[in-house]
Design a protein around this ligand. Structure first.
Ligand SMILES: [Zn+2]
Length: 375
């Protein structure tokens, strides 16, 4: 297989069908550009009027989360900051004061403690701990990340009253923080689901090599990404290979990690897959000409073509120009892609889903909000 040159005409669009505008070319096959219907990985992707009306948009974010008071109330409602806290010493509910803390206020015990009044920031251990931006901006940036805004868009649409613009480093820090939560969440979800495939099931396996533009110029070969998807199931699995060579040693552990033994695996004709038959799988090879070969079963061909078009959507996402300068590693981008894909598939609001992800992340990975320091 040869390295794929992948590029798109614009950096900011997503993986929605873009009939005949994607510039994907592949050296390893002569795949024609897919029609928009084939491109669409999930059936009935288009949302109903009610679904669209119920979703967040920028105006709604501005109207409902545009002030600090609104943002605090929203964070309380969604369980992102604690509403109450007991003083462990006096077993008495603490008061919230806003004067000492520019974000979400502090809990204070009015009773006398040994040295001073007992006080702890309400932001401690939450997303809002030590933030350097305004409360509404935290939600604005959450919205921008959820909607996959570019940095330029994010700077331009910022509605806060601040004189300064958001800097790219601020945006990047927050986007990275949100991405980190998404990656953790998505990995957790995947581990709960276990293996795909099994006896009598068919899993399609694809691999492509991705390289960032600057690497390509310097001649460095890109990473291999492996995709696995079961026929009739939308639970896509992706793995970045640690080596830039596609070999049995690299492939087998990754396939074993996701695909149950006894599964029929369909791959292309690369020799790297020859190991599968000796390792508990039923292996079938299929090249692109087979996809047009009518002696191959109609259903088998249809599934291969369908999984191929899903694979094209994956490649488009991972090869965006916007990611050429992205410091995130491929592994994180893969999980981010899988998360966005799932949100779209389940017809959910990306902003609401991101709140869910952040709450999951903070509740599972931070110590509970019981410890506090005396000031
Ligand atoms: Zn107290």
């Amino acid at each position: 297989m040869e390295e794929s040159q992948l590029s798109t005409t614009s950096g900011a669009e997503d993986d929605d069908p873009q009939p005949s505008t994607s510039n994907i070319t592949e050296d390893d096959d002569s795949e024609s550009s897919s029609s928009s219907a084939e491109d669409e990985p999930m059936a009935k992707r288009h949302l109903t009027v009610e679904e669209v009306r119920g979703m967040w948009n920028l105006v709604k974010v501005y109207r409902q989360l545009g002030t600090r008071e609104q943002a605090i109330a929203f964070a309380e409602d969604r369980g992102m900051i604690p509403r109450t806290k007991m003083c462990q010493h006096h077993k008495k509910e603490m008061k919230i004061i806003y004067s000492t803390n520019k974000t979400v206020g502090s809990f204070v015990c009015n009773k006398s403690h040994r040295r001073a009044k007992f006080r702890v920031s309400r932001a401690k251990g939450t997303l809002f701990d030590n933030i350097k931006i305004l409360m509404p901006q935290v939600f604005y940036l959450m919205y921008a990340y959820a909607q996959k805004y570019s940095y330029d868009e994010t700077i331009r649409e910022d509605f806060s009253e601040r004189e300064q613009c958001l800097s790219t480093s601020t945006i990047s820090n927050w986007f990275n923080q949100y991405r980190e939560a998404v990656v953790k969440y998505q990995k957790h979800q995947q581990s709960m689901k276990g293996h795909i495939g099994g006896m009598g099931k068919v899993v399609q396996v694809h691999a492509s090599q991705f390289s960032k533009r600057k690497n390509k110029e310097s001649g460095t070969r890109g990473l291999w990404i492996l995709g696995m998807i079961e026929d009739g199931n939308e639970d896509l699995r992706l793995e970045a290979c640690t080596s830039n060579i596609l070999s049995a040693e690299v492939l087998l552990p990754l396939i074993k990690k996701h695909v149950a033994e006894g599964t029929t695996i369909i791959t292309d004709t690369s020799q790297a897959y020859d190991c599968l038959g000796d390792n508990g799988y039923i292996h079938r090879k299929m090249n692109h000409s087979d996809e047009n070969n009518h002696t191959v079963g109609e259903k088998v061909r249809a599934q291969r073509i369908q999984s191929h078009s899903q694979w094209c959507a994956v490649k488009r996402f991972l090869s965006k120009d916007s990611y050429s300068n992205n410091s995130s590693n491929m592994d994180d981008l893969i999980y981010e892609y899988l998360w966005r894909r799932e949100v779209k598939m389940k017809r959910e609001d990306p902003f609401e889903e991101l709140i869910h992800v952040i709450n999951h992340s903070y509740k599972n990975h931070n110590p509970p909000l019981f410890f506090a320091t005396v000031e």
